[in-house]
Design a protein around this ligand. Sequence first.
Ligand SMILES: Nc1ncnc2c1ncn2[C@@H]1O[C@H](COP(=O)(O)OP(=O)(O)O)[C@@H](O)[C@H]1O
Ligand SMILES: [Mg+2]
Length: 259
Amino acid sequence: MKAADGRQVLHLQNVSKRFGGLYAVRDINLDVAHGERLGLIGPNGAGKTTLFNVITGDLRGTEGKISLFGQDVTKTAVRKRVARGLRRTYQKSSLFDSLTVGENLYLGVLGPQEGYLKRHYNIVLKAEKDGRRMDQAKEIATMVRLEKKFDWSSGLLSHGERRQLEIGLAMTLEPRLVMFDEPVSGLSPDERKMVVDMLESLPPDITLLLIEHDMHVALKVSQRVVVLHEGRIIREGTPAQISADAEVQRVYLGGTFNG
Ligand SMILES: Nc1ncnc2c1ncn2[C@@H]1O[C@H](COP(=O)(O)OP(=O)(O)O)[C@@H](O)[C@H]1O
Ligand SMILES: [Mg+2]
């Protein structure tokens, strides 16, 4: 599937990642178009997170070729991929609990080129804050629906609000492709609904790649779904096609996903 303007954001050609003798992902071919919402689903151990790590550059692929925004990045460092507009969230929390929501976002807006400042955040935050960057932090807080908690200590946020803030951090510095790794895992039904609503309302020109173990969430947010099983793509289709697919139901949750 291509977006109306046909611009390609991500292109994977025969991408594999092997750990010792085991292929965690194998021979992946995938194109993602500008503005697309692509869901990547599959049982635990299917290779979803490994594929994300190879796309970001956190792991070097064993074989294959990766292009990002039309340029080959197969051997490009993580920070250079980030500088081109690639972002991701991690399943593990990456927040400074002792800082406020606003301060966390402000540090995010300072960006990786000033990443050393994050290690000295006390000094940075005591200094007079840059008004334009503070405005950007406030815009992002509104985007992830935390504007009323801007001055709250992050340590006081609920699980769902922490997730919202983590998504906010991924939205700093004009991202073009954002990859979410299981954004609703461990959340209550109400918190899930909030995060799903938020994902659905992100700016349409930002391309989203969503790993989700919860198939209902993946099918709701995505326009197209790719199913990974034992490291390979076994199906690709619209949410309606994927939810009706007998093979997908068989490999996925023992066929109980409609229940
Ligand atoms: N760093 C690693 N070293 C060795 N094996 C790994 C490593 N990371 C993942 N694996 C293996 O690769 C497979 C895919 O894992 P993963 O990508 O985490 O799956 P998923 O995110 O779909 O649950 C699993 O068999 C896992 O044990
Ligand atoms: Mg995973």
